[in-house]
Design a binder for this molecule. Structure first.
Ligand code: PNS
Length: 168
């Protein structure tokens, strides 16, 4: 049985991530989406929210499981019997960081390989952080996120703005 890990911050999951998950699920027997619990990026959504959003968008893909993790990715992969780490590559700007991550992981866990899937051209420009920035300024994010996820992002920012005004 070939199990792959697709790790990330997923703050929040975008249509680009969903595309990578769908394609990975066709290649592997099982795909575990690993949500990094304590991202240094101080996430907009809690671990639970990010996991639940991923469970929602992958609800129709039977061989996908969503889990959160802390610590080293390779330990999480080993614990779950995964042989492969999947990462999406959008553009050459991703490459340097991704190569370093893959090489680092391979040195500390030689039995694990990283497989890069090129992002669907439709989503090549897309990132969670840019989608959040558009939402923060009230822009239309419907092309970037599943409608339910887009609603959650809008609600989050609405809540933040109201919360801020409430404190004044
Ligand atoms: O979606 P992201 O933020 O680009 O994902 C980055 C992620 C989660 C893959 C990476 O930060 C990670 O693997 N973090 C766990 C700690 C770790 O194993 N780091 C790599 C060795 S230094």
């Amino acid at each position: 049985m070939k199990t792959a890990i697709y790790p990330g911050s997923f703050d929040p999951v975008t249509l680009g991530h969903v595309d990578i998950i769908e394609r990975s699920a066709k290649i592997f027997d099982k795909v575990i989406v690993g949500v990094l619990r304590n991202s240094a990026k101080s996430p907009l959504f809690s671990e639970e929210e990010r996991v639940n959003m991923l469970k929602y968008v992958t609800r129709d893909i039977p061989n996908v499981e969503v889990l959160s993790f802390d610590g080293l990715l390779v330990d999480f992969a080993r614990l779950n019997g995964a042989n492969v780490i999947i990462r999406g590559l959008r553009a050459v700007t991703d490459f340097e960081y991704e190569l370093q991550l893959a090489q680092m992981n391979r040195v500390i866990a030689p039995e694990l390989d990283t497989l890069f899937l090129t992002t669907n051209l439709k989503y090549a420009y897309l990132s969670s952080s840019m989608a959040k920035e558009v939402a923060m300024y009230g822009g239309d994010i419907s092309a970037f996120l599943d409608p339910e996820i887009a609603k959650k992002v809008r609600d989050k920012f609405r809540g933040k703005i109201l919360g801020y005004q409430g404190e004044r």
